[in-house]
Design a protein around this ligand. Structure first.
Ligand code: ADP
Ligand code: MG
Length: 361
């Protein structure tokens, strides 16, 4: 029996000694795989998926951070994304969300170079926390219930032990001779990483980044586009309860089913959103051609999908046109209701409001 207030040094390496091929688990996994494959297939038909998924990845960053009570508004976040110069006005939560997104992309590069290794995990955490700290060396890290402050879990302690457990996890992740269903493996891996809790902070976010990277690593997705945190934030109580029940009651089944359902639902959701964004983009291209005539510029439309909030300066910085030209473009698109002008602070922003509606629903 695990004592919540004592370091859980007896945490065992994966895989657990349970039936991972049971009909219920496999049935749920097949459904999730099918939906993921649909999402993957659709992404592969898109000429420029990176532009369409940029905002979805940012929403994932926002929600994954919100699970840790780092909460930002859409206004703050999207303004922060285009304000390299006036950083002083950016809220710290918005900055953290942007760092999360950077950490995810840098993790993707590291993944291609060296896989999901301990070093990759450490680098992701360092990027997102903007720190040089690594694996915990001190004791005293505890997980408390966010509202009652009651201690719910004390992770293992001792740097050597933590590193040993991370190496075992790394080997498990890269072992493809074990014939465990890959999505079931993802659920096991996410629990294990959170149970090791190798860092003083940033474990939840690093673990959730690893989940999407793992899908890319296995080529189940071409891009880290799964909006997984939208499910977790909606079912956060369950997320906490089930992580605990694996430790306390070896209740793996319910945990694995929870993660498989999260994958199914969010694969369908991500697919629907990308389709809607693609359709909106086609409509906006048509309207922009009408409105801007011979000065129509494809890069401008791409920009409006990468950055749903723009200022005149954003267009200048992206070499769409000089101040006067940029201003004319934006005004014309606002008149055609493609963009919604809005004054925030002293600055005028032009918002791709239909895109915002799709991503924030
Ligand atoms: N009982 C538990 N056992 C293991 N991990 C847990 C448990 N409850 C919650 N967690 C994980 O711990 C995360 C919070 O850890 P923390 O290091 O503060 O993450 P972050 O810094 O990203 O905020 C949660 O998001 C969850 O993934
Ligand atoms: Mg935290």
């Amino acid at each position: 029996m695990n004592n919540k207030t004592q370091p859980y040094n007896q945490l065992t390496d994966l895989p657990p000694n349970i039936d991972l091929d049971s009909a219920v688990l496999l049935k749920s996994s097949i459904k999730a795989s099918r939906l993921l494959a649909e999402l993957k297939g659709y992404c592969q038909t898109l000429p420029n998926p990176q532009i369409l998924i940029n905002t979805i990845i940012l929403q994932e960053s926002k929600d994954s951070s919100a699970i840790e009570n780092i909460v930002t508004t859409q206004d703050d976040l999207y303004r922060a994304m285009i304000s390299s110069d006036d950083n002083a006005h950016t809220s710290s939560a918005a900055k953290e969300v942007l760092m999360y997104k950077e950490a995810l992309y840098s993790g993707l590069e590291l993944l291609k170079k060296r896989g999901l290794t301990t070093n990759t995990m450490v680098s992701i955490m360092q990027k997102l926390k903007n720190t040089t700290a690594g694996v915990r060396t001190e004791s005293g890290t505890r997980l408390a219930n966010p509202s009652s402050k009651e201690i719910i879990y004390t992770p293992p302690e001792g740097e050597e032990l933590l590193r040993k457990k991370l190496t075992a996890l790394e080997n498990f992740i890269h072992d493809d001779a074990d014939h465990i269903d890959p999505l079931i493996k993802l659920a096991l891996m996410h629990y294990q990483f959170e149970a090791i809790h190798p860092f003083a902070d940033g474990n939840g976010r690093t673990g959730r980044i690893m989940n999407v990277l793992y899908l890319v690593h296995l080529n189940l997705l071409p891009l880290p586009v799964l909006y997984l945190s939208s499910f977790i934030i909606k079912h956060k109580g369950e997320y906490y309860r089930l992580l605990r029940e694996v430790t306390e009651k070896k209740n793996w089944n319910e945990w694995i089913l929870y993660m498989l359902k999260a994958i199914s639902e969010t694969a369908a959701l991500s697919l629907q959103k990308i389709k809607e964004i693609q359709q909106l983009k086609e409509e906006i291209i048509v309207i922009s051609k009408e409105v801007l005539k011979s000065s129509y510029n494809r890069d401008l439309v791409d920009l409006l999908f990468c950055h749903p909030y723009v200022k005149i300066k954003t267009l200048e910085q992206n070499k769409i046109g000089h101040r006067q030209t940029a201003s004319t473009y934006l005004q014309k698109l606002a008149k055609a209701n493609v963009l919604h002008p809005m004054k925030l602070g002293k600055e005028m922003y032009y918002i791709n409001h239909r895109l915002m509606k799709i991503i924030s629903n």
